[in-house]
Design a protein around this ligand. Structure first.
Ligand SMILES: [Mg+2]
Length: 339
């Protein structure tokens, strides 16, 4: 539970860290101190950040676009120092991610690689939450058809949930009805779980929608708000929302249940490990208005948007006041400067 990043480690890491790297190519922009977007959305700056953060005991931190770039690789300037100082000021830091491509162990390894010495219990990975939801909330005992990642399989395996479907589709593609009817289907499927899957194909849509013909087969998805990211000139990478949209359309009119942000289930999942959490003392920080800030509003915590990932200033300006966060600021480096 103790953040053991030493100054020596931090300085060694800092020397290796390139200049601030924002995944969408944005460069740092300066904002007027105390700039207020609406009656309930204030800019955090050097003069206000410490006073504001002192109001909270716990900070729920999104990862992609906050701790590192939205590409899950690019490093953010001064994040190590910011986290170190937040911990030094007694803040409990919990890391909550909707990224379904990685397991809790993978995230842990990444934090360690970045110089953060943290506890597994402080990482809340969507794949782990989805496995828990299937096992403990829905009581799934038989099998789960998965359109998702290897990491999703890892978390299901950790809870001893039988599953199949991950990876390349084994059956040959065909549009002939006889071929489709000849494909093998299991009769013990209690749920269809959908996350990001780069192997999504027609056969997988066929199988998922077929299993979901059974009204007792649960339809669970990790997230449906992350639609994609621009990765280059005229290049847009569809994300989990696009996969969920395709499966949902194929399985129409079945409705799915979202386990990840902005669903409040994720907070209940966190509370199981930290029952002492007090919503009045929680600040949720993220880079997505639809995911992180909406999540904060759903659970009833205050929220802050960083402009270092999925959302830019124009997006925030275009957002209705009721959907705006309590605070916004450029990136976590602010806390390295003011604490
Ligand atoms: Mg994010």
């Amino acid at each position: 539970m103790v953040f053991k990043l030493t100054r020596t480690v931090y300085h060694a890491w800092s020397k290796l860290t390139p200049r601030v790297l924002l995944a969408d190519g944005m460069r740092r922009r300066s904002f007027d101190a105390g700039r207020k977007l609406s009656s309930n959305c204030c800019h955090l700056d050097c003069s206000s950040a410490k006073r504001i953060v002192d109001k909270y005991d716990t900070i729920l931190l999104d990862c992609d676009g906050v701790i590192w770039g939205t590409d899950h690789v690019s490093r953010m300037d001064k994040v190590n120092e910011a986290l170190y100082k937040l911990r030094q000021h007694g803040k409990q830091l919990l890391f909550v991610t909707n990224n379904s491509l990685h397991s809790t162990n993978t995230f842990f390894d990444k934090f360690v690689q970045y110089g953060f010495d943290i506890n597994h219990d402080e990482i809340f990975c969507i794949n782990s939450a989805a496995a828990f939801y299937l096992k403990s909330v829905l009581g799934v005992k038989k099998s789960v058809y998965v359109i998702g990642s290897e990491a999703m399989g890892t978390e299901l395996q950790n809870l001893k949930i039988d599953h199949f479907g991950i990876g390349p589709e084994p059956d040959s593609t065909s549009r002939k009805i006889d071929d489709l009817l000849d494909m093998h289907f299991r009769d013990d499927v209690e749920a269809v779980l959908v996350g990001f899957d780069e192997y999504l194909c027609y056969n997988k849509l066929y199988k998922a929608s077929s299993y979901l013909q059974d009204p007792d087969c649960h339809f669970i998805v990790t997230s449906d708000v992350e639609m994609g990211t621009k990765i280059g000139l005229n290049r847009y990478r569809p994300s989990v929302g696009a996969v969920v949209g395709a499966v949902s359309a194929a399985a129409h009119p079945r409705k799915y249940t979202v386990v990840g942000k902005p669903s409040s289930f994720l907070y209940k999942f966190i509370k199981l490990k930290f029952p002492e959490l007090n919503l009045n003392k929680i600040l949720t920080i993220g880079d997505s208005l639809k995911s992180d800030i909406k999540f904060a509003k759903n659970i009833g915590s205050d929220s802050a948007l960083v402009l270092s990932g999925a959302s830019d200033m124009q997006t925030l300006l275009n957002t209705p006041d009721g959907d705006k966060p309590n605070y916004y600021f450029q990136n976590l480096a602010l806390f390295a400067e003011v604490l």
